[in-house]
Each structure stands twice: as C-alpha cells, then as structure tokens.
Design a protein around this ligand. Structure first.
Ligand SMILES: [Zn+2]
Length: 159
C-alpha cells in the first residue's frame, strides 16, 4: 500500500502498531454484485480496520467501468452512473432535455431509459472518472448554446 495513504495512529484506541492486510469488499448495484480485495490496515491492539479512501474510490470507479462496459441500463445502474457523473437528477434532466421526474422514472425502473441516454450517461461517468469534462461541457453547450460570436473565432493549432 502507498505509504502516503496510511494512518499512523488508530482512531479507536490510539495504538500505533498497524499491520497491512486486505479485505474483500462488496458493492451491489441493482441485480449486480461486485467484489474486490481492498488494501487495509488493521490495528494490532483493538483490531479496528482502516481502508484508505482512494481504494474505495478505485473500487467504485471499477464498478462504474464494469456497468458501462456491459451497457447496464436498469434503474439502479442509471442512478449509479448519474452519481458517478456528479449530476443531480434535475441537472441530468436539464442536460438531456427531459424532466427530473423522467430521470426518476428511469431510476425506479418505471420506464426504460432510451439507449442514447444510457450511452450519454456512460460517457459522462467515464469522463468524470478520468477527470475529463469535455463531454459534459459539450452537453451543456447543446442545452444552453452560447451566443454566436460577432467576430472571428481565433483557433490555436497544435504542432
Ligand atoms: Zn486500535
């Protein structure tokens, strides 16, 4: 485990003897359950375990990738991907030109989400995972077009 992620002292008992270990963790999204072995530290004194936040984030990111890879479109997956994209139901609805209630119906399996919606959501979730914002910026520009510039648009060419 990366030393910068380690805790030096047990929050529970104050013990300073912590050993490296791993623990199998589980995440369930709708009908799918994912497991991964996460690094952790265990307090030798009281047995309290510490899983570093970045490991949890990596696990959640792997779940996001897995859901996108299989084209998961059930309500729970839509909700997971929306949250992974960092969007509220209202914000997603605004970007896709549907009401928040429509997003809610997708997420509650009352209405299937259109395939293009699932595709867009997967793209947004993966971009958020990789720290890219351009797909979101493009969708926002489509939802709220910026004013047409009055003069020429100056472009910087690569190379
Ligand atoms: Zn302890």
């Amino acid at each position: 485990m990366d030393n910068t992620l380690k805790v030096a002292r047990c929050v529970q008992c104050g013990g300073t003897s912590l050993r490296d270990d791993t623990r199998e963790d589980t995440l369930t999204v709708g009908a799918r359950t994912f497991t991964a072995r996460l690094p952790m530290q265990v307090c030798a004194t009281c047995g309290e375990g510490y899983i570093p936040g970045p490991s949890v984030e990596a696990f959640e990111g792997a779940v996001t990738r897995a859901l996108v890879d299989v084209g998961a479109s059930d309500g729970a997956s839509i909700r997971w991907l929306r949250k992974a994209a960092g969007l509220s139901a209202a914000a997603l609805g605004g970007l896709l030109d549907v009401r928040a209630e429509t997003v809610s119906r997708w997420e509650n399996d009352a209405t299937p989400a259109p395939r293009a919606t699932v595709y867009a959501l997967g793209t947004l979730a993966l971009a958020a995972l990789h720290g890219q914002t351009s797909p979101l910026a493009r969708l926002r520009a489509l939802a709220e077009p910026p004013p047409t510039p009055s003069g020429p648009v100056v472009l910087a060419l690569a190379g």
